[in-house]
Design a protein around this ligand. Sequence first.
Ligand SMILES: NC(=O)c1ccc[n+]([C@@H]2O[C@H](COP(=O)([O-])OP(=O)(O)OC[C@H]3O[C@@H](n4cnc5c(N)ncnc54)[C@H](OP(=O)(O)O)[C@@H]3O)[C@@H](O)[C@H]2O)c1
Length: 483
Amino acid sequence: MSGPVLEPCLCVIFGATGDLMRRKLLPAIYHLAVQGSLPRQYAILGVSLEAEIDDTKFRGLARQALETTGAFDREPSAAWCDDCLHYQPIGQGDAAAFQALAARIAGLEQTCGLPGNRVFYLALPPEAFPSIISALGEAGLNRSAGWTRLVIEKPFGHDLASARQLNGLAHQYFDEAQIYRIDHYLGKDTVQNLMAFRFGNALFESAWNRDHIERVLITVAEELGIEGRGAYYETAGALRDMVQNHLTQLLTLTAMEVPSAFEADAIRFEKVKVLRSMAPIRPDDAVFGQYTRSEKGRPALPAYREEPRVAPDSKTETYVALRLSIDSWRWQGVPFILRTGKRLPCRLSQIIITFRRPPVSVFKFSNGRTAHPNVLTITLQPNEGFDLTFEVKTPGQPISLRTQHMDFRYADVFGALPEAYQTLLLDVLEGDQTLFVHASEAEASWQLYAPMLERRGPPDPYPAGSWGPAEARRLLGDEAPAE
Ligand SMILES: NC(=O)c1ccc[n+]([C@@H]2O[C@H](COP(=O)([O-])OP(=O)(O)OC[C@H]3O[C@@H](n4cnc5c(N)ncnc54)[C@H](OP(=O)(O)O)[C@@H]3O)[C@@H](O)[C@H]2O)c1
């Protein structure tokens, strides 16, 4: 794979024994290595609390992880683990541990011939972000002989106040240009293609406004429940876990104005403008739900309240539907409906743009049917691609119309798409912040949902495996697609 020539660097990954490292980061790094996309010289230093692990044990764990994820090709990856992976424990993370870490970094850079370019990737539980950022800063690891970049996983705060606090702390030691806030949805090719689709096709961009679009529905549905993450989910809920970040990213990319250039500052500026134009969300425009037990499937699906480490009287929402309005010349009066939930009938991420019907119907049908609106469906996963409906006349008399589909599937043309983390890791190494969330964007997004977080009522029940509470149909309209 050809790409920009990347500068030699050291990647220090905090949380190196965690799930994200095992399932996503390691396989992504290994794939990039096999493709020859990484810098000519680099090293990975895994960091976690665990003092019982050393380089050898860490490499063994990494090999196991690669085997489990199917990315393993025994000889090369065993050698790759031995050559490239290193481990450093930080125990309780005190100043002495960070001085030892700084010494280890300097030693590795010397033995591997690295010039002092460093990535610090925080694949940590969110509560550990502040202490690790401060410790890095206090140990002088926020600056180096080369560049230093700080990658922060989601969630970025759990409300407006905590996001502001985290930004304040990060900015105490790092410039905004050094900080990469991850929302892995932005790493998906199909999400980036939203911009290519809009700004590379004058046909659609000229119709991308209130004159031609009736409504926008953004769905991120998950078939799975909370998969043993009860303790985390009880403190989060669907609004924090999915809406504030992933769905809001899809919303801003769909609604943003054309940026002045395809570069980080211009794009992120336009996305923040969308968030600042959002009308306050009215209580009537929000529906919260929680899944209940369903005996329909085999095996039966448990209720959220029956999941491990969930309170039996929990009021945490596992479903949200919102109707949002954007007070801008482009979008005034066009509802943007967001919905997401766990234990829905299938896994699906999709944006449905419903265009306006012809203002006057010249066709009169005996059955009272009028022409259907054109509908553009952008599917982000699975079966990534587009689908556009249009009306055609069926042959013969009397005249009648039928809705036909024109579609495009990525897999048919391009084969498998790269994993989001491969794209994002390469962008960090390249220093391209386009697909990362700016400080002001993170705060504007929390600001939009802050009133909702405060006044969420008890969620409406919905059976596991259904499309959410009946109450949500009020927001979704009669023709809620994908049902
Ligand atoms: N897992 C995913 O698929 C996924 C997807 C998207 C985003 N994320 C985000 O990625 C982050 C990590 O998630 P995860 O699922 O990997 O969590 P995890 O499985 O609980 O792993 C956490 C890791 O952080 C280490 N750790 C905990 N506290 C630490 C501290 N104070 N200093 C240094 N290391 C510390 C743990 O080390 P010990 O084992 O030594 O305690 C462990 O290696 C979270 O912010 C999560 O929201 C995860």
